[in-house]
Design a protein around this ligand. Structure first.
Ligand code: NAP
Ligand code: SF4
Length: 675
């Protein structure tokens, strides 16, 4: 499949971008690390090598107050030019182009010198911002211009001015955060003065032949945000003020609507970007939940956008554009929008990486070095850990045979991919299906090799990645016909009735509840259903583009579902930080009941009997779905050890408790790179 629109160069008049692939800005937290700028240079250099048309760095603050928190980086004086030059040079060496993002976090800041247009705090930050004086606003504009000028000196091709997601500039634009009565507040004309002044001042300082990108919010998704009309007025005004490219953003960080997680169908926000595109002549960039070259191609071909921004997809695969150009789109390691190793890491102050690509942000630590002497390797088990290990080992030149007892690769991913909204997990399996044969890996499905066979097979190394088996809890009646395992429920191997009890409230319990309370929809209806469910005003007539009352309205469910766990405490505590709230909101709206602190008494014809707070109760249900975690399958490993072999053990077979795919793929990859 070719992608003529996506791969077409974009002429900006004074410079030409090699294609329409735009790497959106992302926090990586590398800037907090020792040697972080060199690591950032390697990170962006790899994305330039992958033929990304234009890269935008993570945000750098124009002054101290603009920082998100301790340890962030400013770019405000000439002494910082050499460290910034590392990034510009690394990208240019690979033939790419790069803009530095200037980011002022305003009232999102997590430090005491927090400022904003007014003293209105953000709902997601306990700190109240100090309103800037008019003189300080002037100084801040100067600071933006200074950072832009320094960026030019450091060798960057341009700057991006972050005007969306509820950051500082956006805070001036919206009534929800700006109640000033001076020349920086009041009417929309006054509220939009700040971005316009910044653009003009930046342009004066950097000249005409320097890319200036403005990231505009095309839909705020918060009360007291901007209306559609205001957004179009702003788009035309920033174009007039001298911007070269208009990037798009969706929603404030405190929006009650998910904008980028897997539950958001691909290209959901295209309609909002298309409206801005119609209002201006400069190129417009579509962003949020585009992870596939065909989807990007369709958006550009239709005229809804000129470029497509992909931040996480380029974390997942730095060679996205190159593979698309070389006709190897099936080898793109697709971002599955899980947030598990990128945003969820950032929120707990860890360096960002990627579930499907553990090398992301670790480019200087790991290099795929060809093996000095190719070995014959058997990997047993084609779940995430085994697949990752087989791929890494084969890429280094080893001869790898991958055994899988079932008829398909994927292991636990074969459950995840069947959950509505988690269809993206299919892409990871498609990637391995395409990539492994090309790396020469022999895949033997429906094959369960015995220890003796492996011992006599002439392998230099056996890797045991036999995964997990669902835990069968010790509850009287657990073999009753109305009991099904999560795997049986998810794959449809056994039917699930209308009244359901779910034993276990971990990630899989939540996923199963979601699957059972949501009617699956054909692909063509998913975007409209999503927008309706989350109350998005697609006409954007309201302030912020949200229809009132929708999020508080219960949703119908085809089943009556009750989830249980033995622990007391907050349900859903083990879910992803940036995705769990979406799942919890949906289950709440579908009226799923949750009971903690139970002990299970028995399962019989009536249903599930349990005790809570010393009181014995019975849940009358048709089906009990067991989602009680997993146990390692390591018989093969033990047998190999008893034969005197030294097998390696990875993934769930090594550690079932709190096993997650991030760990499985990272350990599989590391082992493959070390063999
Ligand atoms: P899990 O997160 O460990 O949860 C297991 C659940 O089973 C817990 O609620 C636990 O609660 C219960 N349980 C454990 N032993 C039990 C026993 N003997 N009898 C009855 N109940 C028992 O495991 P999981 O849900 O299978 O998930 C596996 C991994 O995949 C986890 O790392 C999870 O984070 C990840 N995952 C995440 C998501 C997501 O974030 N959306 C989705 C799927 C999977 P009590 O012990 O309190 O009863
Ligand atoms: Fe995408 Fe998940 Fe990787 Fe983040 S961790 S880049 S969401 S695949």
């Amino acid at each position: 499949m070719s992608f003529p629109h996506l791969l077409q160069p974009l002429d900006l008049g004074f410079t030409t971008l090699q294609n329409r692939v735009f790497m959106g800005s992302m926090h990586t937290r590398l800037e907090h690390e020792e040697g972080g700028m060199a690591r950032l240079a390697a990170f962006y250099g790899a994305r330039a090598k992958g033929e990304t048309g234009l890269i935008i760095t993570g945000g750098f603050a124009p002054n101290d107050a603009a920082l998100l928190g301790e340890g962030g980086r400013t770019f405000k004086n000439a002494s910082q030019i050499p460290e910034q030059r590392l990034i510009a040079d690394a990208v240019h060496r690979e033939g790419g182009k790069v803009c530095l993002q200037i980011l002022h976090t305003g009232r999102y800041a997590k430090h005491d010198n927090i400022v904003g247009p007014s003293n209105i705090r953000s709902p997601i930050n306990p700190r109240v911002p100090r309103p800037l004086t008019a003189k300080e606003v002037e100084q801040t504009i100067e600071d933006y211009a200074m950072t832009a000028a320094l960026s030019r000196e450091a060798g960057y091709d341009g700057v991006e001015l972050m005007g969306s997601e509820g950051y500082f500039i956006h805070q001036f634009l919206a009534p929800r955060s700006n109640n000033r009565s001076d020349e920086w507040g009041g009417s929309f004309e006054s509220r939009m003065r700040l971005p316009l002044e910044i653009i003009k001042r930046v342009r004066q300082r950097v000249g005409k032949d320097f890319i200036v990108v403005y990231r505009i919010s095309v839909l705020d998704l918060v009360e007291g945000g901007n209306t559609g009309e205001e957004i179009l007025t702003l788009a035309r005004a920033v174009e007039q003020a001298g911007v070269d490219l208009l990037n798009s953003g969706i929603g404030w960080h405190d929006a009650p609507v998910p904008t980028i997680v897997y539950a958001v169908p691909r290209a959901t926000w295209r309609f909002a970007v298309a409206k801005v595109k119609q209002a201006v002549k400069i190129p417009v960039v579509l962003s949020n939940r585009i992870n596939d070259p065909a989807v990007a191609e369709a958006a550009i071909a239709s005229g809804d956008a000129d470029m497509v921004s992909m931040a996480r997809p380029l974390l997942a695969d730095p060679h996205f554009a190159k593979k698309a150009r070389e006709g190897r789109a099936d080898e793109i390691n697709t971002c599955i929008a899980c947030n598990q190793a990128c945003l969820d890491y950032i929120f707990v102050n860890k360096v960002c990486s990627c579930l499907v690509n553990p090398l992301a942000c670790h480019e200087t630590e790991y290099a795929m070095v060809p093996a000095a002497a190719p070995k014959k390797i058997a990997v047993v088990g084609a779940g995430p850990a085994g697949l990752a290990c087989a791929a890494a080992a084969a890429e280094r030149g080893h001869q790898v045979t991958l055994f899988e007892a079932s008829g398909e690769i994927g292991g636990q991913f074969n459950c995840a991919r069947r959950i509505p909204g988690k269809e993206e997990f299919n892409e990871t399996l498609r990637y391995y299906r395409a990539r492994l044969p090309r790396l020469g890996v022999k895949i033997k499905l429906n094959t369960r090799p015995g220890a003796a066979e492996l011992a006599s097979g002439g392998y230099d190394q056996v890797v045991v990645a036999t995964g997990v088996t669902p835990r069968i809890p010790d509850i009287p009646g657990i073999r009753h016909p109305k009991v099904v395992s999560y795997a049986e429920a998810i794959t449809g191997a056994k039917p699930v009735g209308k009244r359901v009890a779910i034993v276990g409230m971990g990630g899989i319990g939540y996923d199963v509840a979601e699957m059972l309370c949501v009617e699956p929809l054909p692909e063509g209806q998913r975007i409209a259903a999503f927008l309706k469910e989350w109350g998005v005003d697609t006409e954007n007539r309201t302030q912020g583009g949200l229809l009132t009352g929708i999020l508080q309205t219960p949703l119908p469910s085809p089943r009556k579902i009750t989830m249980l766990q033995r622990k007391t405490g907050r349900p859903g505590g083990t879910l992803g930080l940036t995705t769990g709230w979406v799942l919890k909101t949906r289950l709440q709206r579908h009226q799923v009941e949750m009971i903690g602190g139970v002990s299970y008494d028995k399962i019989d014809d009536e249903g599930l009997h349990y005790t809570v707070n010393g009181e014995r109760k019975a849940l009358v249900v048709d089906t009990v779905v067991v989602c009680a975690g997993q146990e390692s399958s390591r018989e093969l490993y033990d047998e190999l050890v008893s034969l005197g072999m030294k097998p390696a053990l990875i993934g769930g077979a090594e550690k079932a408790a709190e096993l997650d795919a991030v760990y499985a793929i990272r350990e599989g990859t590391r082992l493959g790179m070390a063999l």
